[in-house]
Design a protein around this ligand. Structure first.
Ligand SMILES: [Zn+2]
Ligand SMILES: [Zn+2]
Length: 293
């Protein structure tokens, strides 16, 4: 399993690769535009192509993932918010594909209490049409769109494997869709993985719902909030409610090793540090050795 982290791309996209190297990451995740603003990405075609070339030839950072804008809500009842969300998703997909990213991680959005059933057709239509439109803009198949499991705050879509499966099924099992598993969101949504047996059950449930071939990356985070607290609050590994033992039980699972694990932890306040990547590697080694023993 490759270990990496979300890194800043401020000062130019290529800086993200340097930041990945500086903390010892095998993979990086970046935003291609401001995550909390609707502003479209402003990268030149040259800078996108330069990143793609640098990534492809990089000696230690094997892959880049992009995280889509947080403002996107494909389940929005408001027409303007929905239209902006769809447009932003297309822009995120186009930029990510242009840099050679392995996927765009997406928070599907929130139905604000209406229930998944009420928004499923809208979400399905938005996913398919955004992928189709990105494909037309690119003249090529866009990179995979990876639906992230949600912590379950206030009507968030994707709060269970069943919800992720319902969305993928609604698209006719579109091959352009995958899944990103966030360990903090999983824990906050009420899934325990504190023992090997519990972790095995969680992975089996993910496999049964969406299939592990759809799992393309993992977000490796500890949690500031308790099991089932339904809030998205990341903590440094070992400093939170999940703890290193449970994280080891999960990421040591033999059927998860194809998916890179990326940290989205606070560090000192500026995001993942070298010591956080080192801690993640130790947790993985522990998890693998528990299984081997
Ligand atoms: Zn996320
Ligand atoms: Zn995440």
């Amino acid at each position: 399993m490759d270990i990496g982290a979300h890194v800043s791309s401020s000062g130019g996209l290529l800086k993200a690769l340097d930041r990945g190297v500086s903390i010892g990451a095998d993979v990086v995740q970046i935003f291609t535009q401001s995550p909390r603003m609707w502003r479209s990405p402003s990268h030149s075609a040259e800078s996108l192509a330069a990143y793609r070339a640098a990534q492809a030839a990089h000696p230690s950072v094997h892959a880049t993932y992009c995280h889509a804008t947080y403002l996107i809500n494909l389940a929005a009842a408001d027409d303007e918010l929905f239209a902006r969300s769809r447009r932003s998703l297309v822009e995120n997909l186009v930029a990510a594909t242009a840099i050679g990213a392995s996927g765009v991680v997406l928070h599907v959005g929130s139905h604000r209490g209406a229930g998944l059933e009420a928004v499923l057709a809208q979400v399905k239509g938005a996913l398919i049409s955004a992928l189709d439109e990105a494909g037309r803009v690119l003249g090529d198949t866009p990179c995979p769109l990876l639906l992230e499991n949600a912590a379950g705050t206030g009507g968030t879509v994707g709060r269970s494997f069943a919800e992720l499966a319902a969305i993928i099924d609604a698209t006719g099992a579109d091959p352009r869709l995958g899944v990103c598993l966030d360990t903090q969101h999983l824990f906050a949504s009420g899934v325990d993985f504190s023992t090997i047996e519990a972790a095995d059950a969680a992975v089996a449930a993910l496999d049964a719902a969406v299939g592990l071939d759809r799992l393309r990356c993992i977000h490796l985070n500890d949690s500031k909030v308790a099991l089932g607290a339904n809030r998205d609050r990341h903590e440094n590994l070992g400093d939170g409610e999940i703890g290193v033992s449970a994280l080891a039980c999960l990421i040591g699972h033999p059927d998860l090793q194809h998916a890179p694990a990326m940290l989205e932890v606070p560090g000192d306040g500026d995001g993942p540090r070298a010591e956080d990547v080192t801690a993640a590697r130790a947790i993985l080694a522990d998890g693998l050795s528990r299984r081997a023993g």
